[in-house]
Write a protein that binds this ligand. Sequence first.
Ligand SMILES: NC(=O)c1ccc[n+]([C@@H]2O[C@H](COP(=O)([O-])OP(=O)(O)OC[C@H]3O[C@@H](n4cnc5c(N)ncnc54)[C@H](OP(=O)(O)O)[C@@H]3O)[C@@H](O)[C@H]2O)c1
Length: 286
Amino acid sequence: MPLEYGTSVPFVTLNDGVQIPQVGLGVFQVSPDKTDETVLEALSAGYRHVDTAAGYRNEAGVGDALRTAQDSLGLTHEDVFVTTKLANGDRAGGRDAALAAFDDSMAKLQLERLDLWLIHWPGSDQQNFVEVWKTFAELKEAGRIRSIGVSNFQKTHLRALFDETGVVPSVNQVELHPWMQQEDLRAFHAEHGIATEAWSPIGQGGDLLADETIGKIAAAHGKEPAQVVLRWHLQLGNIVIPKSVTPARIRSNIDLFGFELTDEDMSAIAGLERGQRLGPDPDVFG
Ligand SMILES: NC(=O)c1ccc[n+]([C@@H]2O[C@H](COP(=O)([O-])OP(=O)(O)OC[C@H]3O[C@@H](n4cnc5c(N)ncnc54)[C@H](OP(=O)(O)O)[C@@H]3O)[C@@H](O)[C@H]2O)c1
């Protein structure tokens, strides 16, 4: 759970003792040729956590930014938490495909050791996710990865991992925002010591940010709607990875620590739940 809220980003301690910054930059849909400059912008704004995936085709840009940041910002890999994800095709290929995919991601990221590797989707056919999970555990055991987790896993998928391997993921990264609050899954995570990471945390920057309730809370605190939504996540204990290629937004999306939502604000946002996904349903995707 978060340590304490000061002016800088707190850490969440995962079930294996690894600490992950509670705010990171997501780079889905950041074009490969803009990824380097976008990640450098975020690092200079104070981000110390980047979320990419093999499927985003921009791991090399993240790797280039990390290398440049050593000289320009004096940051080493020890300072920056890096997550990537195993693509669906390689998950379906089982152990050998997963090992090859890991080496490929590491070469692109230019890293010796990864902070967090996620199975991107369980797959509608649920092909091989248990076998691949054992491969993840092997790589962690061998010291190649600090933490292992999953993404888009429902309770049934998580139970299959527990039952068949006994290895509990450190993180489950799922779609989560005020219109899709995942209350039941969050409670299940809490019960089993899994950290909840929210993708599309600000609802993809769309109509959610124009919601009247969010707007009123933002006006009362003198903040932007996106900052209110991100602060709501932080107060729930979620890890967030908002994406932006816009420098001013990159900065405001991490400027979340000089204010606090009241219990009334939190309840009002809880009341916005619609069970509305903006992305694919994990039971039928991939
Ligand atoms: N595991 C998965 O299956 C999965 C799926 C989807 C996403 N993700 C991860 O989650 C990250 C975030 O999700 P997401 O990219 O889908 O959605 P998001 O972070 O909720 O929203 C990103 C969109 O909001 C805009 N935006 C950013 N900051 C804003 C602000 N302060 N005010 C208004 N608009 C703002 C961005 O525009 P500009 O960029 O033009 O500023 C972009 O269009 C991804 O980058 C990825 O790392 C994971």
